[in-house]
Design a protein around this ligand. Structure first.
Ligand code: GLU
Length: 498
């Protein structure tokens, strides 16, 4: 029988969840879902000095916001909750387990107590550096007799437990992305497994937990490849079967071509969501960073990603982190929204921009959002884009001038338009009939469209770029005082040109 797929992410709560880092979570999640397996979240908080308050909540909540939730471990449901029967899922609550397994290794002589002081270790390192040797512990404490060890322990001498690496062994493992990897044990230090404060190091904890939580595939960033041989030695020492290893290619900076620097990729997921990136767009963007479904298709729903996901389509080389591409995905997803969905999503941004939306009819707001939907890259832009509908914007008179047209012509055209619009019944404004009427009028009067419609549009918006003047007037036409607003703005433009 095939082993159940059980995968995990093991973040350390040492900061907020970063956008680049999510990809590893996503691939684990997709692989679990694709194989009807379990997705587990485990919290690696063994480095107590680096803990950042609130980061556990941030990690779990950000994942929930993106639609990734753990089958076991902490998850977010109006607060931090935990589920699963292989817990605790937070390493600091598992210290007794690590102690027990470290002791088992000591008993089997795969590990040993080390009482060397920080000072001695530093001297050793300096000495090795001077001789250009790689820094390694010299196994001095391996030679302590059982009596000496017992005496030191009973007198509370500070100590750690180290892995006893045997020289001249070839350590081999297979990685599903990078293939067979081999390394000589001579290159591996006698790694500390249990620290003097009783906490395990990452290496001991990750192996013990992956084993006890029955992890089938370890899917993580390729920066962990150099640690994997140490883990292999531990699996062998315990006599445990190895999981499959899948190391993911790095994400590279578009600017430097190098591994994504902290500054670029470390923008918190929450910050992206706040700017109005849609979770589905973020997921789609991240999924394609280093994984290629080998079709022309670029837009994938989460369900489609689950169906398509497999390791053989993972790249070995790095993937470029391109924020323009994320913007593109986001605009595609924004265009897919139904107008009422867009309205709900835009509300907080409109309110934030100081727009008193409750004073306007819903169909007016819907109309202006429809106008912007095509060009919106992120929801947070909406306030700036539509504020002219709610408040007259200031602008330079020069903006009213269409190409090389002279000022007098523009002024004359605005005057004619104003008179004409004034003469139209209000009902025409409400009926979306202005386009036809105005075009007919311009034709009759032999007025060139650019020389009339450009200044009209600028008069209405105060902007260099916006939807067209007819669309804007149709929107204003929904308001009871739509005609008045339009005429007032044209008036203002005429004043500006004087
Ligand atoms: N705590 C490690 C990290 O945050 C986990 C590495 C692993 O998955 O083994 O990257």
């Amino acid at each position: 029988m095939l082993k159940e797929v059980r995968v995990r992410n093991a973040p350390s709560p040492t900061g907020f969840l970063h956008i680049g880092g999510i990809r590893t979570f996503l691939y684990n999640y997709l692989f679990a879902r694709k194989n009807n397996g379990k997705y587990i979240l485990r919290i690696e908080d063994t480095d107590q000095a680096r803990l950042v308050a609130g980061s556990l909540e941030n990690i779990v909540q950000s994942l929930a916001d993106l639609g990734i939730s753990a089958d076991e471990g902490p998850y977010w449901d109006n607060g931090l909750k935990t589920r699963g029967d292989k817990g605790p899922y937070v390493q600091s609550e598992r210290l007794d387990l690590y102690k027990k397994y470290a002791q088992e290794l000591v008993d089997k002589k795969f590990a040993y107590y080390c009482f060397c002081s920080a000072k001695r270790l530093e001297e050793l390192r300096n000495d090795q550096e001077a001789k250009k040797f790689p820094p390694k512990y010299d196994k001095r404490c391996l030679n302590l007799s059982p009596d000496e060890i017992a005496k030191k322990i009973s007198s509370n001498e500070s100590h750690v437990i180290r892995l006893n690496v045997q020289p001249d062994q070839m350590i081999e493992f297979h990685d599903l992305v990078y293939g067979d990897i081999k390394i000589s044990s001579n290159e591996i230090d006698d790694q500390i497994l249990l620290k003097s404060d009783g906490f395990p190091t990452y290496h001991l904890a990750v192996v013990v937990d992956d084993y006890l939580m029955q992890i089938s595939h370890v899917i993580r960033a390729n920066e962990w490849i150099p640690s994997t041989p140490k883990h292999i030695l531990l699996y062998k020492a315990f006599g445990w079967d190895l999981p499959e290893f899948v190391h993911l290619p790095p994400i590279l900076s578009k600017k430097t071509g190098k591994k994504l620097a902290k500054r670029e990729g470390d923008v918190a997921v929450a910050a992206f969501l706040e700017k109005g990136y849609l979770p589905a767009a973020i997921i789609n963007f991240l999924a394609l960073l280093g994984w290629n479904p080998k079709t022309e298709q670029e837009i994938f729903s989460l369900t489609e990603l689950v169906n398509e996901f497999s390791f053989d389509k993972l790249h070995k080389s790095g993937a470029i982190f391109d924020l323009d591409k994320l913007d593109w995905f986001n605009s595609v997803y924004i265009r897919k929204l139904k107008i009422d969905e867009l309205l709900v999503l835009c509300l907080p941004y409109l309110i934030k921009a100081g727009i008193k939306i409750d004073r306007y009819p819903k169909n007016f707001i819907q109309k202006i959002l429809t106008l912007e939907q095509e060009r919106l890259k992120k929801l947070s832009e909406i306030g700036d884009r539509v504020k002219y509908f709610f408040q007259e914007q200031d602008y330079e008179p020069q903006l009213l001038i269409w190409k090389k047209t002279d000022k007098q012509t523009i002024l004359k055209n605005l005057n004619s338009l104003q008179k004409f619009l004034q003469s139209l019944p209000e009902q025409k404004f409400a009926e979306d009939a202005l386009e036809q009427e105005i075009k007919k009028f311009l034709e009759e009067k032999n007025i060139r469209t650019g020389e009339a419609l450009w200044p009209l549009r600028v008069a209405l918006t105060g902007l260099e770029a916006s939807p067209g003047p007819f669309e804007i007037m149709d929107a204003f036409g929904i308001l009871p005082d739509g005609k008045e607003i339009i005429l007032q703005r044209i008036n203002k433009a005429i004043e500006k040109l004087f």
